[in-house]
Each structure stands twice: as structure tokens, then as C-alpha cells.
Design a binder for this molecule. Structure first.
Ligand code: PMP
Length: 385
């Protein structure tokens, strides 16, 4: 038996050097095994009260601090973990092999995947639109991912960043010379995405809000967060209102309000300079993805947020509360305020802070500008400019 165990251990150690390091540890160290590594910092993020907005609206505005997921610092840590774990369980990926994960992303999912690829022994190949802030592609390069910045294109174009990643994964599988396997993460369509929020983010919000949420407000980049959280909350709280926060240039507001999708296809012959026509990164779509559609029927209302409003909210949150966040978080908070004002005093509105302003210094925050020493914006100005 001892011989068999020794042989098995050797075999395991070839597959997974991490298990080798941990196998010969004393018992008290082995008890710590589920806290090993960066992945143990994913999930259980705080739900905070945004004081200034709660006071101004006479509601309780709560924000789930998803930028505090400790691997890639966004809600996409949960999604990346879910996608990789499911692929491993289906034997599509093997840790510490030559397997490569391909993904089309505006950045956050790529950063979470690239981080977990390092932690689990994979290669990452990321395709992202070239209009996104350089901080994100710079970070991806530091994490050792192959990064392609792709010219913005409509989804029907094979050069669209998502199609490019899917095609590269398929080509990898066909190429017998290329070591390992190629797997397309497919965040826009895979069930692993909304499920990560249905099983993690949603239950956490429900418990942290003491089982009372009047409205949940979030934007949709793939739709995974909105759908997964909404599905969970609606199961527990049949009266909870679900509100889409949509930036300018996105087609989802019209789809929810009027049942008509704006596809964002440019005029014949013009070249697209932005994937979605907004300074906001991470949310807004010009097509309905599976992760959006799976929860679409639950949406009660949509709030359109202009780039100006997003910039004002980013400034307000930093100025009044010391909350320094990116553009999608600002859109979420503006839509949460509008929802609170519509519902009236005493309601409890929950939204999401997706990523830090650090990831948006060169683009969005350059437009917002420096806050300066004064803290003088009035709530009226926040709402009306
Ligand atoms: N905020 C940021 C910064 C993002 O990158 C994303 C995902 N693209 C989202 C919000 C939206 O998340 P979801 O894909 O779950 O709709």
C-alpha cells in the first residue's frame, strides 16, 4: 500500500506541482489547504452603505464591492473560476499542462482569467477591442498573457474580438504541431457565467442585506451578473425590482423598454472606432447575449445613463465618500439613485461596484479630472449637471 501511495504521489506531482508541495506537510498546514493561494480571496466581498447617496435620497443605497475580489479585482474572478473549474471537471483542461485558454473580453474577464491561469498552470490568450484603456492590456502583459488589441468591429465580422478568440481556440485544436489544447472560455454565452453569480454574488447579497432588498440595479456587459443575481433574489424575494443600468451607446435600454434592439451597426463604409459608443467600459451591448437573455424576463425597468452623468457620479463618489471606482460602477450608482428616487424614501437599493478607478486612469478618469481640495458638488448638480 505504501508503495502504491508513493507511486501515486509521484504521478500526481507530475500533473500538479502544487499538490506535490502540499502533500508532505504537517497536519496543521494541510488544514490550511483550502486557504491556499490567491483564489481563496475570491467571493465574500463586503456590501457597503454609500452614505452620501443614502442621505441624499432618504433610502439605503448598498453596493457590493466586487472590486475587492482579490485575484483580478472584479466580479469576473468568480466567473473565471467557474469557467475554469467546469472545464477541468469536464476534462477539457489539465492544470500545469500546455493548455491555453482563449477569451474575447473588454478586459476584466481577461485579467481574472490570466491571473487564474498563472495560479493553475495554463496559458492565456486574450483578444480585446483596441478602444479600451491601456492599463488593462498592460496588466495582461505583465500577467504573461498573449494580448491582441483588435480593431472594434460588429459581431457579424470575424475580426470582432469574441469571434477572433473563438476562431483561435478552434485553430489551436486543429493544429497538431501546437502543444496542449485550446479552450474558448466563452463568457458571453456560457452558463458558468450567470451561475457563478446565482451561486455566489446573489446569496451573499441576500444575506448581507438581511434578507431585504427592494431593488437590484446593475449594468450588463455579458449580462451574467444581472441575470445570476436577479434569478437568485427573485426566488427569495418575489417583489424585488430588477433594474438594468445602461450606458449611452448601448442597445439594451431600448430592448427592455420597447422590445427593439439597436445593433450599433455603422453606416456603410464608415470605420467603427468604438465597440460601443460610450466612454464607459465593461457594460453596454449592441446584441443580446445568452447571459443577458436568461434573466431578461425578470427586468422591471431600465435606466439610461449618459457619459456626463457617469463622469459626475465618479467625481461625487470620490469627493463625498472616498470611493474611487471605474465607469461601470458610476453608471450603476447613477441608476441606483434614479431608482431610489422613483421608489421613494425608506427603500433599500443594492448595486455593484465592479472595478477600481485605477484601471481607468488614462481614459475615463482623465475625462473626470482631478477632484481638487473642495467638496462642493450639490446633489442637484449630480442629477442635472
Ligand atoms: N463592469 C466591468 C468593469 C466589467 O468589465 C464588466 C464585464 N464586462 C461588467 C461591469 C459587467 O458584468 P457582466 O459581464 O456580468 O454583465
Amino acid at each position: 500500500v505504501t508503495y502504491a501511495i508513493t507511486e501515486l504521489t509521484k504521478h500526481l506531482s507530475i500533473l500538479n506541482p502544487l499538490s506535490n508541495q502540499l502533500i508532505n506537510r504537517p497536519k496543521e498546514d494541510k488544514d490550511l489547504i483550502d486557504r491556499v493561494g490567491i483564489e481563496s480571496t475570491i467571493g465574500n466581498t463586503p456590501l457597503i452603505v454609500i452614505k452620501s447617496l443614502s442621505e441624499a435620497t432618504n433610502c439605503t443605497i448598498l453596493a457590493k464591492c466586487e472590486f475587492l475580489n482579490g485575484a483580478g479585482n472584479s466580479p469576473k474572478d468568480r466567473v473565471a473560476q467557474s469557467i475554469i473549474s467546469k472545464a477541468e471537471a469536464a476534462d477539457l483542461l489539465t492544470p500545469y499542462s500546455d493548455d491555453t485558454i482563449y477569451e474575447g473580453t473588454v478586459g476584466s474577464t481577461g485579467i481574472s482569467l490570466a491571473t487564474l491561469c498563472r495560479a493553475r498552470g495554463y496559458k492565456a490568450h486574450i483578444c480585446m477591442p483596441s478602444d479600451q484603456a491601456m492599463e488593462k492590456s498592460d496588466l495582461l502583459l505583465k500577467l504573461g498573457a498573449v494580448v491582441e488589441r483588435v480593431t472594434p468591429a460588429p459581431i457579424v465580422d470575424q475580426q470582432h474580438f469574441v469571434n477572433r478568440a473563438r476562431n483561435l481556440a478552434a485553430a489551436h485544436m486543429m493544429d497538431l504541431e501546437k502543444p496542449g489544447r485550446g479552450v474558448f472560455a466563452d463568457q458571453f454565452e456560457t452558463e458558468a457565467n450567470w451561475r457563478a453569480h446565482f451561486e455566489g454574488t446573489g446569496p451573499e447579497i441576500y444575506e448581507q442585506a438581511h434578507e431585504r432588498v427592494d431593488a437590484f440595479v446593475a449594468g450588463a456587459g455579458t449580462g451574467g451578473t444581472l441575470s445570476g443575481v436577479s434569478m437568485y433574489l427573485r426566488q427569495k424575494l418575489p417583489d424585488v425590482q430588477i433594474v438594468l443600468a445602461d450606458p449611452q451607446g448601448s442597445g439594451l435600454y431600448n430592448k427592455v423598454k420597447h422590445g427593439v434592439m439597436f445593433h450599433g451597426l455603422e453606416r456603410e463604409g464608415t470605420r467603427r472606432r468604438q465597440q460601443v459608443d460610450t466612454v464607459v467600459e465593461g457594460i453596454g451591448l449592441t446584441r443580446a447575449t445568452r447571459n443577458f437573455m436568461v434573466g431578461e424576463g425578470l427586468i422591471d425597468d431600465a435606466v439610461k445613463v449618459s457619459d456626463n452623468e457617469a463622469r459626475r457620479m465618479a467625481r461625487w463618489l470620490c469627493e463625498k465618500d472616498g470611493i474611487f471606482v471605474g465607469s461601470s460602477s458610476s453608471v450603476n450608482c447613477m441608476a441606483a439613485v434614479r431608482t431610489a428616487l422613483r421608489l421613494g424614501p425608506g427603500h433599500r437599493v443594492v448595486t455593484v461596484l465592479c472595478d477600481s478607478g485605477m484601471r481607468h486612469l488614462s481614459k475615463f478618469w482623465k475625462q473626470v479630472g482631478d477632484i481638487g481640495g473642495e467638496s462642493n458638488m450639490m446633489f442637484e448638480q449630480l442629477l442635472n449637471g
